[in-house]
Structure formats: C-alpha cells, structure tokens
Design a protein around this ligand. Structure first.
Ligand SMILES: Cc1ncc(COP(=O)(O)O)c(C=O)c1O
Length: 476
C-alpha cells in the first residue's frame, strides 16, 4: 500500500518544479502584501482536518507572490545563500527520514553524517583538525556555542567552574570586540549572562578592521579573563580582521579569540581569497554558516572549537533516560539543543556535490560577480563606490545630481534608487548606513549568480537609475 505521505510529497514536488522554473527569470521581489497573505492563509481552522494533498496545494497557492526569490541568482541583499541541488534534496530527505539528531542511539546515520561533514569542513576551511564542532540553527547559535566554550575556559583558568557555580560571584569576564561586529555576537553574549555594558568595542580602521594598537592598549589596561571577538567578513565591506597580527597579541595576554566568519570563513576554501584570512586558524573558536556561502538550505550554522574539552564542558548534559554512545559524536554533548534536526545530511551533500575545487570555484565566482557589479555600477553616472569588494561584499551610493545637494539628499536618493531597482523585479538589493551615510550593499553568495545574472542586473540598475530621475529634495 502506498504510504499516505507520498501523494502529498508528489504535490510538493509539483510545486517545487513550478517554483524552480520561475527562479531564473521571475521577479525577485515579493509581489503581494502581508495583508493579502494573511487573508489567504488565515482560513478558519476546521474541526475536521483537510486532505494532505489539498493542504499542500492550498499552501502553495496562498504563498504565491509572497516568496522572495532569494534563492535565485539575482538576489544581492543581506547575505542569503541559495540551496545547492543535492543539499535541497538531502534536506527533503532529512524531513522524510525525520531523525532526531541528538544522539547516536536515535539516529546513527544522522550523527555519522554530521561527524563526516564536520571533519570535511575543518579540512576545507583548513582549521585545526583536532577541533570539535557543532551544527547549530545558524551563526547566531554558533556564536553562542563558541562563546560558551570561551566563557568556560577563561573562567576555568581563573579557578571558577561556571557550569557548576554559575555567574554570580564569578570573576568578571572582559569582552573585547570589533566595533563593527554583527549584532548576533551581542545577543549570544546576552544569552551567556554578559550584557551590553560588559562589551568593549575596539577602534577600527576605515574598512572596519581592529587596529593593533587599540587591542594592545585595551589588553594592557588590566589582566582579567578576556575574550576577543574578531570578524572574517564584515557585512558591509567584507573586510577581515588582521588575524595574523591581532591573535598573537591576544594570546600573549591569555585571551580567548572567537571569530565571526558567518560567510567570510568559507573564503578559506579559495586559494585566491585565502590571503585575506591569513592567521585565522590561530583563533580558539570559529562560527560560520551553512546557509550562507555554503549554499545549504536554512537552519544550518557551524561552531568549531579548538579546545574540545571546553566545548564539551559548556554544552554537555546527562539524564537517566538517554544513552550516550562512548565511541560516537553525540550532538547533544556539543550543541545547545536537545531534540534537533539532522542538519548534517545537507552539508554532507553540498560538500560532496561541490568537491574542493567546486567549492573554490563557487567562492571565486561570487567574488568576481561582486567586483563586476560594483565596477559596473560605479561606471554609471551619479554612482559613487564607497567600498570596492575585496571579497564578496561592496557598497555604492547614489548621488543626487542637484548642485546644492547635501548628504541627506544623497541618502534619500540612495534609498529611492534601491527601491526603484527592487521594484523592477530584475534584482534585489538592500541598504545600509556606513559611516553615517546611506549606501546600497552588494552581497554575492549564491551559487546561481554568474555573468548572465550580473549583466541583467546592471542593465536593470541603469534603467532604474534613469527612472528614479534627477529629482532632488535639496534645499527643501
Ligand atoms: C557576519 C554575520 N554574523 C552573524 C550572522 C548571524 O547568522 P545567522 O543569521 O545564521 O544566525 C550574520 C547573518 O545574518 C552575519 O552576516
């Protein structure tokens, strides 16, 4: 007898085929409002259920126009990757197999796939092979894991067992951070009992890299348990901290170094991009994402920790009813979750599909596309390049042509042009404020972005610039 799940899955495949067919050429922006979506989705919840195939058909119909085609090759906003074919398919299997990847005993295959994917990642990123790792829901939680291990280790060195004694009465932990860190670092610290006042931003250069003298001065102020958070891939410029210069200084002062490499760490896989991350392997913990530059579906971050014992001490838990397997990597000992999705299958699939060279080519292609986009935009009238990509991120600003235009007018025009580009449906960008001025971010991480997508995007930007007109608010 056919399993009752299969007809629903066939409908899902049908809708997936339609969605994917529209990805190369369809409009990138969503076209229906939240209100419309609410009126479609908020049907009365009946007392009796609905046939599974109809549930899927109705869901697909209701979502029509409400999906941002961020998985396509003309999406350059934020840092959102796509899903490689085998990674998307493996993720479907993870749902159908419905494994609880908490314990080897619950799913030997899910746990071993994570083990292998974790080892492959350390290998392609060339990070210390003895490090431990954890697959998390995203980089936010990868920070939580890395910083929990850091908190454990620096307090243990000060004679304090934080898992046993908690934070009340503990020696204060000093947190030094790159002033341009991602906000998810602050939130991970908040989860760990370290509030905003405990975070000390370090001065950076124009590209957002921590200055060595700022670090040295901060460390020399006082000797106390210290964690330093550096960045591999600043979200606006893609810049990376000078790890080779900074980490030895931190080490000399006994500080733990954690790196936010949500997307930038993946550039280690490319021989040409790698010099930008020189010395990153000297850190103590690294957080990165599967669902950004690695192009696996959402719900995948990765924490890698040099001191496996500190990592395990910060995360591991025991209960009478669970059976750890001594010889196995039981994710419950390394992640903040109990029951959890089998995230390793998609990462395993993506890395196998790409191979080392495929991963390198994907990284290089994104960097080339980012440069071509920023160069092409910069060649258009009234476009100022604020940050040319050194990696996969760049910034441009659209200048108000009025002779007496002020910064506020350029800001307004920049936001207007971004909206005009997005309204074409041809491409999608987002804005940011960099050093007090509005700019458009150009972010490329999708495996589908190639020369054709770049050319089509530039043509659309040129048209949108013309349609945004010379209108100015100067003097208003
Ligand atoms: C540099 C950086 N760090 C951390 C994060 C948080 O990652 P996630 O959204 O996967 O939790 C992001 C992205 O959103 C990011 O770009």
């Amino acid at each position: 007898m056919t399993d009752p799940t299969l007809p629903a899955l066939r409908r899902a495949l049908h809708h997936a085929e339609r969605y994917l067919a529209g990805l190369p050429d369809g409009p990138v922006a969503a076209s229906v409002s939240g209100e419309q979506l609410r009126s479609r989705l908020a049907v009365a919840l009946g007392d009796e259920g609905v046939d599974p195939q109809r549930v899927i058909d109705d869901l697909a119909a209701a979502a029509e126009g409400g999906l941002l085609r961020s998985g396509g090759g003309r999406f350059f906003a934020w840092v959102i990757g796509g899903a490689l074919p085998s990674a998307a398919a493996a993720d479907w299997l993870a749902s159908v197999w419905d494994q609880n990847a908490a314990l080897h005993a619950c799913s030997p295959a899910a746990c071993v796939a994570e083990e292998v994917a974790g080892d492959w990642l350390k290998d392609v990123l060339d990070l210390p092979r003895q490090s431990s790792f954890a697959f998390t829901s995203g980089c936010q939680m990868a920070h939580f894991v890395g910083l929990a291990a850091a908190r454990h280790a620096v307090l243990r060195a000060a004679g304090w067992d934080v898992e046993d004694q908690g934070l009340c009465g503990a020696p204060p932990v000093r947190i030094l951070v790159n002033a341009h860190r991602h906000a998810s670092v602050d939130r991970a610290l908040r989860y760990l009992g370290i509030g905003r006042r405990g975070i000390e931003p370090l001065e950076t250069d124009a590209l957002g890299r921590v200055r060595q003298r700022a670090l040295s001065a901060a460390l020399e102020q006082r000797r106390t348990p210290t964690v330093l958070v550096l960045g591999a891939g600043e979200i606006n410029t893609g810049s990376c901290d000078d790890f080779a210069g900074l980490i030895p200084i931190a080490r000399d002062h006994g500080a733990w170094v954690h790196v936010d490499g949500a997307f930038g760490l993946v550039a280690r896989a490319s021989r040409s991009a790698r010099p930008l991350l020189r010395g990153v392997e000297l850190a103590d913990s690294w957080a990165t994402d599967g669902h950004k530059w690695l192009n696996v579906p959402f719900d995948c971050g990765v924490a890698i920790v040099r001191d496996a014992a500190a990592h395990r001490a910060a995360m591991s838990i025991r209960a009478d009813y669970i059976a750890p397997t001594d010889s196995a990597h039981d994710p419950i000992d390394w992640t903040p979750e109990w029951s959890r999705r089998a995230r390793g299958f998609a990462v395993y699939a993506a890395l196998r599909e790409l191979g080392r060279l495929g991963l390198e080519r994907m990284v290089d292609r994104a960097c080339r596309a980012a440069r071509a986009l920023v160069d092409g935009l910069g060649a258009l009238p009234g476009v100022s390049v604020i940050a040319a990509p050194t990696l996969n991120q760049g910034l441009v600003r659209f200048l108000d042509p009025s002779p007496d235009a002020r910064e506020a007018d350029h800001d307004a025009r920049t936001d207007r042009v971004i909206a005009a580009i997005n309204a074409t449906g041809e491409a999608f960008f987002s804005g940011t404020t960099w050093h007090g001025r509005r700019a458009m971010r150009v972010s490329v991480v999708n495996w589908r972005t190639g020369d054709h997508e770049v050319a089509r995007t530039l043509a659309a930007c040129e048209r949108a610039l013309r349609s945004a007109g010379p209108h100015t608010t100067a003097g208003a």
